[in-house]
Ligand binder design. Structure first.
Ligand SMILES: Cc1ncc(COP(=O)(O)O)c(C=O)c1O
Length: 474
């Protein structure tokens, strides 16, 4: 029997069946979540078989796919919504995101040119305007939603590079420059900045990792010294990257002082706020973030403190024209019909086809409201403070860094670095809690980052009790 294009579509009955299967899966999964091991024993043969399976010539009925989901995918997945899933900077998703993603996929808008996706374009603009207002950026600001903070940093730094290169940035690139461009970031900066620097052809030898102080904030005196030394050697400083939440300890660089320095030196200020910028939603946590208003570009991650499901990042640039300078494109097959009310996002970033990510961000903000977000983010900081107090109070534990935000770096004092690594592995393999490793100025320990909507203070005691038992048996 010959196949028809309609075979890729569902009848109304099949749609009903798919919706039933999806609903049943989601409620079963979420109901049993806390009783699952947070990091399950991985069935490697099953995953190897999955990898090796040839492309199927014939289709598989939907119930069988859902059955395989329950048998192979779910048992071999980490449970990011589990209350003790606390590694890296990894939130649990808010309840609305999966529904918004579903709607976005049904509508399948391509958010590249406004006339392909007018309403989605307006939604993305609304989200961007809201973020620009949150940070106090001017009306000239523009940006776009991205896959995450790494892409946002890449786009922000591209705009910075091309601004430094000037009018012929796109045609000449870096070829033939006598004076290398140099940029600066603290030694606590996320690796995505190094990656962006190499992708942009700047060379990581031209990224100065300026030492940080005891509070893990960039040393301004050493920054000034490094810039002066580069100028004296004939190089061209062009950009400083400030951290609004360093990936390991959550420290926030002195953004206001960095903005003063950049203004004096004529440097672009990019704030990597992928981790922490959205904490500005909380009046309590906002003060050290207020100077983001002075940045030339800023990265932020709705898939972190807005608890949107992956992927949802964002970059904002003080002057939208800088993004257009770096990314604007024209091609005969893209019939552009510009309209002052709309934005062709394809001209502001590297992607042409773009998903309707803005819907889950917009709906999350509208459904939950910024006041709820402020309380939730504060609660994450309170959980971290609570673990910090417990670590200080319990013999056998010590903090590796002050608790300044929502994460805690600590170690078991009775164990050496290797012992701490083994204790972390035992904790994770045992399925009690998923924490990450902490490497803090040469010392090794464990890191708990609170971004989980189900964590309670009882979980903190449970984690420390378990670690105590692991240390006792080591
Ligand atoms: C400070 C910082 N910058 C950038 C990133 C990269 O963000 P993403 O994982 O969304 O690409 C992270 C991720 O945790 C981060 O903490």
């Amino acid at each position: 029997m010959s196949a028809r294009p309609g075979d890729l579509l569902f009848t109304p009955e099949q749609h009903d069946e798919a919706a039933r299967l999806l609903d049943a899966f989601a409620s079963r999964y979420l109901a049993g979540l806390e009783h699952r091991p947070v990091f399950p024993p991985i069935d490697r043969p099953a995953l190897r078989a999955l990898i090796a399976a040839p492309l199927p010539a014939r289709g598989t009925p939907l119930p069988e796919l859902f059955d395989e989901l329950e048998r192979v995918i779910v048992p071999n997945s980490t449970h990011t919504a589990h209350p003790r899933f606390l590694p890296y900077v990894q939130p649990s998703p808010n309840a609305l995101s999966p529904y918004a993603d579903h709607v976005a996929a049904v509508l399948n808008q391509n958010c590249n040119l406004w006339h392909l996706s007018p309403a989605a374009n307006a939604v993305e603009q609304a989200v961007l305007r809201g973020f620009a207002d949150l940070f106090g950026l001017p009306g000239t600001a523009g940006g776009l939603l991205t896959s995450g903070g790494s892409m946002a940093n890449l786009i922000g730094l591209t705009a910075a590079r091309d601004h430094a290169l000037g009018a012929d940035a796109r045609t000449r690139g870096l070829q033939g420059r006598a004076s290398p461009l140099v940029l600066y970031a603290s030694d606590q900066t996320h690796s995505s900045v190094d990656k962006a620097v190499s992708i942009l052809g700047l060379g990581t030898d031209h990224l100065r990792h300026v030492p940080s102080d005891d509070a893990f904030r960039v040393r301004l005196d050493l920054l000034a010294h490094a810039v002066a030394a580069d100028r004296a050697a004939g190089r061209t400083p062009f950009c400083v990257v400030a951290n609004a939440g360093t990936v390991t300890t959550g420290a926030i660089d002195p953004i206001d002082a960095l903005a003063d320095f950049c203004a004096r030196e004529g440097l672009w200020l990019h704030v990597d706020g992928a981790y922490g910028a959205l904490a500005a939603l909380s009046g309590r946590l906002r003060p050290p973030l207020a100077a983001i208003a002075r940045a030339d570009s800023v990265s932020l991650d709705p898939h972190k403190f807005l608890f949107c499901a992956f992927e949802a990042g964002c970059v904002l640039v003080r002057e939208r024209a800088h993004l257009r300078h770096a990314f604007g494109a024209s091609a005969s097959y893209l019939t552009m019909s510009e309209d002052p009310d709309f934005v062709d996002f394809a001209n502001l970033g590297p992607q042409l086809s773009r998903a309707f990510k803005a819907l889950k961000v917009w709906w999350s903000l509208r459904h939950f409201g910024t006041e709820t977000y402020a309380r939730v983010i504060e609660r994450m900081a309170d959980l971290a403070a609570g673990l910090g107090e417990r670590v200080r109070a319990r013999p056998g534990f010590e903090l590796l860094a002050p608790v300044v935000f929502n994460c805690v770096c600590f170690r078991l004092t009775g164990l050496d670095d290797d012992g701490n690594r083994r204790a972390l592995k035992a904790l994770v393999d045992g399925g009690t809690a998923f924490l990450g490793p902490a490497a803090v100025k040469g010392r090794t320990g464990l890191r708990a980052c609170f971004m989980n909507l189900r964590t309670t203070p009882a979980d903190l005691d449970l984690i420390l009790d378990r670690l105590e038992a692991i240390a006792a048996s080591a």
